[in-house]
Design a protein around this ligand. Structure first.
Ligand code: NAP
Length: 274
């Protein structure tokens, strides 16, 4: 039987199986999708084990997106531009195709929410696989991005990857604390995995305000710890990443089956727009 899965660690919180089940129901396509927690030090072995045992497609999540890119035989244009993959498809029986649907998924959700325009000045917190995957589509849309991250070394790595692209800046975290009143951001995106463990990335509260949109890639049934903190500090418009999850999942489903599910109804089920 053809099997699909989300591969990551942790994956307990993942809503991907439910969403893919809803897509399968909506489109009438048989789509067996499960979640697989992969040991942190055993990604390569587990990845190939999955595909040798009936796996024909997978989503790759925290913290394996960069590692998965290196295992692909071919990548789509948008994966190439981001250097990370979140979607794998087996083609020609055994070749591995990698794609990245995170960027398009996020952009679509930010547009649905009216959180973004082509001139948005964005503060992106995080320099992991998800952050790397969303940079190119946002820049391509016209936005300006400043990256900050807990580990400055990782900020520099990500900036090096995008060295030929304009409109990307980066800051040391401590400089944001010192010079916060020099910067004005329209949209703050938390692309760290801090919320998974109930933590909040360390940023100055002064950059939050009623006209600053705050978005957390993480999602849970209540507001994430980061979004709660943003609201306490004056944010009026906040959103978690459930809309992004549904949009990126729809693009993965399209890559696997050639049919684009209708995301609107499913997003509506999970959250209500203002
Ligand atoms: N909604 C969606 O569709 C969607 C899609 C993709 C990802 N996500 C979410 O995005 C998040 C990031 O995923 P990823 O794949 O990028 O993970 P990753 O590759 O493991 O990267 C983790 C990032 O988070 C930072 N970080 C971790 N704990 C932190 C803390 N306590 N304080 C500050 N920074 C912290 C790391 O900083 P260092 O460099 O300092 O370690 C790194 O920048 C996850 O929560 C994931 O669930 C959601």
């Amino acid at each position: 039987m053809n099997i699909f899965a989300v591969l990551g660690n942790p994956v307990k919180h993942s809503k991907s199986p439910i969403i893919h089940q809803l897509f399968a129901k909506q489109t009438g396509i048989l789509h067996n999708y499960k979640k697989i927690c992969i040991p942190l030090n055993n990604f390569y072995k587990s990845f190939f084990h999955f595909f040798k045992n009936g796996g024909i497609g997978a989503n790759i999540t925290v913290p394996f997106k960069k590692k998965a890119y290196k295992l692909c035989d071919f990548v789509t244009k948008r994966a190439k531009y981001s250097g990370v993959v979140n979607t794998i498809k087996i083609i020609n029986s055994k070749k591995i195709l990698g794609d990245n649907t995170d960027g398009i998924g996020l952009l679509k959700d930010l547009q649905n929410l009216k959180f973004i325009n082509s001139k948005s000045n964005i503060l992106l917190i995080g320099a992991g696989g998800a952050a790397q995957g969303i940079i190119y589509p946002l820049i391509n849309f016209g936005c300006n991005i400043t990256i900050i991250n807990r580990t400055y070394q990782n900020t520099k790595k990500i900036v090096k990857f995008f060295k030929n692209i304009k409109n990307i800046n980066y800051l040391k975290l401590e400089d944001l604390f010192i010079f916060y009143n020099k910067f004005r951001y329209n949209l703050i995106i938390n692309a760290t995995s801090s919320s998974i463990k109930g933590n909040i990335p360390n940023i100055p509260s002064n950059i939050i305000g009623p006209d600053v949109f705050c978005y957390d890639l993480f999602y849970n049934s209540n507001n994430t710890p980061f979004l709660k903190w943003c609201i306490i500090n004056g944010a009026k418009k906040v959103s978690d990443g459930i809309g992004m999850l549904i949009e990126q999942a729809a693009h993965s489903f399209y890559l696997w089956h050639g049919i684009m599910p209708n995301t609107k109804l499913i997003i509506k089920k999970y959250k209500k727009y203002d």
